[in-house]
Design a protein around this ligand. Structure first.
Ligand SMILES: Nc1ncnc2c1ncn2[C@@H]1O[C@H](COP(=O)(O)OP(=O)(O)O)[C@@H](O)[C@H]1O
Ligand SMILES: [Mg+2]
Length: 510
């Protein structure tokens, strides 16, 4: 047993199997700490939900006001200050097995700081698990089991700037650092802001001086704006999310695509928009013809369709390797949607198919509320149904989803409900907090209330991956930070320095 912290007291509500208060008579007790009590049923593990200070001398506002400073001079006030901690029993260890708490310890029972070994057991910490950081108040690294964390999907939720991408980078590092015998999965990231492309950059001097790790040999960065997808594999539904089609146009375009697909099957090879244009040429109805020409030229402008997939993303999905699809340079929102839709569908189908051409994988979606929005009409959220399918069925096939968002309120409820583990950093918006409370099972009021006061890099993890809602500090990253991470001050100084340099150059020239 560790440090003796306090003694269980009798209150109106406890001690009970669901609530226990203790007076602190030694050391410091913080909200979020794990403590334990050894009693007749075994060793009870508890989480401190709140700490309250009381002092009898200061209970009555009238006497505090009237007596004022004399109070502390004439009475032993300091001796009467108490710290009372309210703790929630999480379970009872008996013969090495964790059971539900069904019987309370007695008032007067001693409370100790929880033993690290028992905390690890309780949280299912695994020595060779994914190391996300360190528990607050305990010398325990939060190393979590890969399957428990990812198999039933993970959501990473926080206000902008609270550390989502940093934390996700740490998770990526862990996934890329796994050894073959631990089980390696393929990792694909839809990188909306180009924050993960730095994984693909080799480090100067191999990072020896900076202590950073070089992940470039394990990373393939693909510029999303250059990706071509095979027109033959795109549905009219997907096309109608990019350009508006009347039912007539939909039918006409569908007929053309079907015809070209049939010809392809009988040996004439894959086709692209030029072939579609030739087919439109043959349409008799002038009105339909001219409107379809307009549509084809709109589609050409998006510059996304080709005869085949180029590059073929799935060729890069390998165990222990990372594929970053950089969507940062794509301006068209529709193009991003179609890329995410098409590639998610393709990844899942390749995994689900008989051949299982790709290894089990985790698909990370940044700014997930844009791709899996709640309530938006389906023609404007073409990626949603494909990502939802992975959320619903992925776990059976080794296809995991990690959704990252700063607006959980705008995130599809079905998808969020299918994320069995939630990693939450600071969230301040009350609507988002309410939404989190409703969609994250096992999250109590006390934890919800703490979310808004978390600092950058502090996180709460709840769900399948851990035995109880757990606060932790995200570990330091070992990959080089994103190039996008300059502050406003830095950008401003950089701009002026460049202008000055330019002026100098001009003056020298003159
Ligand atoms: N755990 C952490 N330790 C140190 N710095 C952090 C940590 N998490 C975030 N930061 C810093 O905070 C800033 C915002 O983090 P970021 O991950 O980009 O937030 P988000 O993706 O939620 O908008 C970055 O400058 C980042 O370096
Ligand atoms: Mg981010």
């Amino acid at each position: 047993m560790c440090e003796h912290l306090g003694t269980v007291v009798s209150t109106i509500e406890g001690p009970s199997p669901s609530k226990i208060s203790f007076v602190v008579n030694n050391g410091k007790v913080h909200k979020g700490m794990f403590v334990e009590i050894d009693y007749s049923e075994g060793v009870m593990m508890l989480l401190v939900e709140d700490v309250v200070k009381t002092n009898r001398y200061f209970e009555r506002p009238d006497s505090v006001k009237v007596i004022g400073e004399e109070l502390e001079k004439n009475f032993p006030c300091a001796d009467w200050e108490f710290l009372v901690a309210n703790a929630k029993p999480l379970g009872v260890f008996f013969n090495g097995v964790i059971q539900r708490a069904t019987f309370p310890p007695s008032p007067g029972a001693k409370v100790f700081c929880a033993d690290n070994k028992r905390i690890k057991k309780f949280l299912s910490v695994q020595e060779d698990g994914l190391n996300l950081g360190r528990l607050q108040f305990h010398d325990v690294e939060l190393k979590l089991n890969l399957s428990k964390l990812l198999q039933k999907h993970l959501s990473v939720i926080a206000t902008s700037g609270a550390g989502k991408s940093y934390c996700v980078s740490v998770l990526l590092e862990e996934l890329l650092s796994r050894k073959k015998e631990q089980g390696q999965i393929g990792v694909v990231v839809f990188d909306t802001h180009g924050e993960y492309t730095c994984f693909g950059d080799p480090l100067v001097n191999n990072g020896e001086l900076s202590g950073l790790v070089d992940f470039s040999s394990r990373t393939k960065v693909i510029d999303g704006s250059k990706i071509k997808i095979a027109l033959s594999k795109v549905s009219v539904h997907m096309i109608s999310s990019m350009v508006e089609l009347t039912p007539n146009q939909k039918r006409a375009l569908g007929r053309i695509l079907n015809k070209l697909r049939e010809e392809m099957r009988s040996g004439s090879g894959p086709f692209d928009l030029i072939d579609v244009k030739n087919e439109v040429n043959n349409i008799d109805n002038e009105k339909t013809q001219s409107s379809l020409f307009g549509i084809v030229s709109d589609l050409e402008e998006l510059n996304i369709f080709g005869k085949i997939d180029e590059p073929s993303i799935i060729d890069f999905v390998k165990p222990g390797k990372l594929v970053v699809i950089d969507l940062n340079l794509i301006i068209s929102e529709k193009k991003k949607q179609v890329l995410v839709a098409y590639l998610s569908d393709k990844l899942f189908k390749e995994r689900r198919g008989f051949g299982k051409k790709i290894p089990p994988f985790a698909l990370f979606v940044e700014e997930a509320h844009n791709f899996i929005p709640e309530g938006t009409a389906s023609e404007h959220a073409v990626a949603r149904s494909y990502l939802r399918t992975i959320a619903r069925e992925g776990r059976k096939f080794g296809a995991s989803l990690v959704v990252i968002s700063q607006r959980p309120k705008r995130l599809d409820t079905t998808t969020l409900a299918n994320c069995n583990t939630n990693l939450i950093l600071r969230v301040t918006n009350p609507y988002d907090l309410d939404h989190i409370a409703q969609s994250c099972e096992g999250l109590d009021r006390a934890s919800i209330n703490s979310i808004s006061s978390l600092r950058v890099g502090e996180a709460l993890i709840v769900g399948e991956a851990v035995g109880a809602p757990t606060f932790f500090k995200v570990r330091k990253r070992t990959s080089q930070p994103s190039r996008h991470e300059t502050t406003l001050e830095e950008s401003a100084k950089e701009f002026v320095a460049r202008e000055e340099q330019l002026n100098d150059d001009v003056n020298t020239f003159l």
